[in-house]
Design a protein. Structure first.
Length: 474
């Protein structure tokens, strides 16, 4: 890690079939220190005022569509998410129409990516018709949070489906769950076999040769090993990948434990995908969240902790539910045979809600599989008693960020009582890694010296859900 090398330049034309990019210069911005770049925009979106509530979006994965309920209750309409235009034509025409209708904001930096994605649609059509003999190169889009990567990938996914071509769209958490489920099924069916991941990859390709993979990142050596094995087999089976990430391929898991075992994944991405870097200069999610925060309506994050915050939470929950009712207790089935107990849930009526304490969802050994199960069963999650994170609370802070991330991806509501304003929750962790220096309040940036041992240490900032903004130094 000692030598700083130049950052890959933005593509203006298709790269060679295999181009090995140099590692990015080692400068650093910690995700805890820059929580507003990832976690906090999502917190802000989750805590936006009630008239802007969005319903859960039905997502179809490897194992069928997730539940999608109509939400219109108690005089508080949970309005549908504005859909992108579905008119005929190429991606640029749809993009222009969405700009005209106000669904998206125009930025020139997105145009090269849209052009490349449109080319890929043509290549996939040729492959589907039999006029092409080999799978086309995929696309790996990376850049700062809120630059429009997911928006463009979703447009691409919808356009591919309009042409009658199969396409699987998966967020990182859902992808890891689907892969684990399929791997578990194959091991039960075939027993001990030499390469079960090859069968998993072939199963994915059989259902859809195209995988649209949102928010590619690696948190620990376990994920690194699974992703390396799966994607190597996926490309061997003829799969095509369109991925988004905040990091260039060489930056993924850049200081992780045994990173050399992850290197084949990076090589496979470089060999089979064109890199497209977005440099926008604005986080559109943060801009949108600021506008929502300035609008009228009741907030859904309440601080500081105390009786006043509790009263506001109860009143807002009754407003969302449209009624005052007695909660019940129950058991929530979690993927892979686990269960999660819930002391208070509201399951009658059009809006289902569940309440948990910070201890239950962020301190105890739970994770994204539990959070995904909550999203499949409820429309609103209530979380109480979130403290200011101390320097020893990195695991709990990571779980909190992961919960917000999963809820944000599904456009579900989070009602929460916290001990301080969202930007202040991570102050102790920021101070721990900044050596006591104050963050730049303009963008929460700071230079941080990081340990060079792996990304799975409990004392490592890379444990956060937001590793995309971490670049390591010694």
């Amino acid at each position: 890690l000692g030598q700083a090398k130049p950052r890959p330049t933005q593509l203006t034309s298709s790269p060679p079939r295999f181009s090995r990019q140099a590692p990015v210069a080692c400068t650093l911005s910690c995700p805890a220190m820059r929580a507003a770049r990832e976690c906090l925009p999502r917190v802000a979106a989750a805590s936006a005022r009630l008239p802007h509530c969005n319903p859960p979006v039905s997502r179809t994965g490897a194992f069928g569509a997730l539940p999608c309920r109509a939400l219109l209750k108690g005089g508080v309409p949970l309005q549908p998410r504005r859909a992108f235009a579905a008119s005929s034509g190429n991606l640029l025409q749809k993009y222009e129409e969405n700009v005209r209708t106000g669904a998206v904001r125009h930025t020139e930096a997105q145009i090269p990516c849209l052009v490349r994605l449109e080319e890929l649609i043509g290549d996939l059509s040729s492959l589907g018709s039999g006029s092409a003999s080999r799978p086309p190169r995929g696309v790996y889009m990376y850049g700062d949070p809120g630059s429009g990567k997911t928006m463009m990938m979703d447009m691409f996914h919808a356009a591919v489906q309009e042409r009658g071509l199969p396409s699987r769209r998966a967020h990182f958490h859902d992808f890891m769950l689907d892969m684990s489920r399929e791997l578990h099924r194959i091991r039960k069916e075939f027993g001990s076999i030499r390469d079960p991941m090859a069968l998993v990859a072939k199963s994915f390709v059989k259902q859809s040769p195209l995988l649209c993979f949102d928010e590619c990142h690696v948190l620990n050596v376990g994920d690194a090993l699974l992703m390396r094995s799966f994607f190597e087999r996926l490309f061997e089976a003829g799969g095509v990948v369109v991925a988004t990430s905040n990091l260039a391929p060489d930056e993924l898991y850049s200081s992780g434990i045994n990173r050399e075992v992850f290197q084949p994944f990076i090589n496979a991405i470089l060999e089979h995908c064109d890199q497209m870097r977005l440099t926008v200069g604005e986080d559109f999610r943060s801009s949108k969240s600021a506008k929502l925060a300035a609008s009228s309506g009741a907030r859904t994050f309440f601080w500081p902790l105390g009786e006043n915050a509790d009263r506001q939470l109860v009143a807002t929950l009754e407003l969302v539910l449209g009624r005052a009712s007695t909660p019940t207790s129950g058991i929530i089935e979690v993927p892979m045979g686990r269960q999660l107990a819930c002391r208070r849930m509201w399951v009658e009526g059009g809006v289902r809600a569940a309440e948990f304490s910070y201890e239950e969802l962020c301190v105890r050994p739970v994770g994204t599989h539990d959070y995904i199960a909550l999203c499949e069963n409820f429309d609103v999650i209530v979380l109480t008693g979130v403290p200011r994170f101390s320097s020893t609370d990195e695991n709990s802070a990571r779980r909190f960020a992961g919960l917000v991330d999963v809820l944000y991806d599904r456009h579900l509501r989070l009602l929460c009582t916290i001990d301080a304003a969202p930007r202040e929750l991570f102050a102790a962790i920021r101070e721990q890694y900044s050596g006591g220096d104050e963050d730049d309040q303009a963008d929460l940036r700071a230079s941080v010296r990081m340990p060079t041992h792996g990304g799975a240490s409990g004392k490592h900032v890379a444990q956060f859900r937001l590793p995309q903004s971490v670049k390591y130094t010694e």
